[in-house]
Design a binder for this molecule. Sequence first.
Ligand SMILES: *Cc1c(COP(=O)(O)O)cnc(C)c1O
Length: 485
Amino acid sequence: MVNTDFPLIFERGKKGRTSYSLPELDVPEIDLASEFEDSYVRSEAPDLPEVSELDIMRHYTALSRRNYGVDSGFYPLGSCTMKYNPKINEDVAKLAGFSHIHPHQDPKTVQGAMEIMYDLQTSLSEITGMHDFSLQSAAGAQGEWSGLMMIRAFHEANGDYDRTRVIVPDSAHGTNPASVSVAGFDAVTVKTNDNGLVDLEDLKRVVNQETAALMLTNPNTLGLFETEIMEMAEIVHGEGGKLYYDGANLNAIMGYARPGDMGFDVVHLNLHKTFTGPHGGGGPGSGPVGVTEEFASYLPKPVLTKQDDQFIFDYDRPASIGRIKPYYGNFGIYLRAYTYIRTMGAEGLKKVSEYAVLNANYLMRRLEQEYSLPYQQHCKHEFVLSGKKQKQLGVRTLDIAKRLLDYGYHPPTIYFPLNVEEAMMTEPTETESKETLDGFIDAMLQISEEAKSEPELVQEAPHNTVVKRMDETTAARKPILRYQK
Ligand SMILES: *Cc1c(COP(=O)(O)O)cnc(C)c1O
């Protein structure tokens, strides 16, 4: 167990202790203070701890142990695909031939790096059934925005200026309506039916000549496959609208189904989810966008293509929505995704989806014994439970999430999607073993027992973390980023 009581460096100093030894000064000493205006000069020395090198090591090691990541434990954060990031990806990304090149280098001198980007574009096109890809965008959200800007450019090129609305399901990820708005469209909501899928009748009602696109993830954020996707595509295309695919949930269907074959015109993928780029604090993201042939001329520029036997950056793209990211995007993440695709191979990627779906269904069926399951059909890579039974006992989903921390697990995504009361959105991913899943199930079932017998234990959790319950609004609006005695 983590020793959370280890005192941080600020409480550990002893006058006169140092963690360095410098050679004797062999140049003339200067009075630095006299070089600055008086108002910039301290009147007294700052109150810094004086500590040994070992103390510093222990300070930072203790801090790092307070962190929680995929490398330290199970992380079933729904919609985020917190799968293991293979270390071979890091080895490849570190190779000097990749890590020492400069974006200003003449393309002729970095043909190898460009070939990898080109091959990655080709692989992603193949995996999704699209015509071409641009790797530039740095996140899923930026991919969404770029894709919508292309759809906008397409309609405008056809003189279709009245297409101002983009349809989004009520279960959509928050970035969807946000991207719609930033791209200058109005978001229109389409309802979810009793089976957790897009309500086709409602879709017919909202689609019209003002529809620029329908924006959808499949499987959706409830982890359910939209079985009527072909009908939906027909309805939207029939009115002249386009289909945008939010590819954050591709981990469920890779190798089995392709958005391109479902009728989607523009897609984005999250290389930091499905394709093992590190997440969150672990590094920059990557949200490549893929398009059908009809949209190829609108791709962000420069477009990486092959001419004769040379890879080139093509800037001569008059219809392009323009550059959306300095240089060529997050190259280090391309290397990781490329390595992952190559090490898995086509069959391996298919297995990924199989096990992701199997793990999710196993968890779901065991947890539904104690937690309410709003949609009964089999799920894909994730599922949403409702904590409404526990709420009746006075234990809220937030309490359950906090109690999971005591058991050493990162909680699922909670209170999302918005259309499920007390939602717990759980995504185990394919990289977890049955033993890990069983451990998590035991903890969840134990918490459900506690909710009945000792609700205060859950309501007051967490009991053994450094920080207890935070005021999350104040933490976001007025963060305290400095140590205070
Ligand atoms: C993660 C996610 C996004 C946004 O991706 P970012 O890379 O975080 O910007 C969009 N839609 C869904 C369904 C997601 O899970």
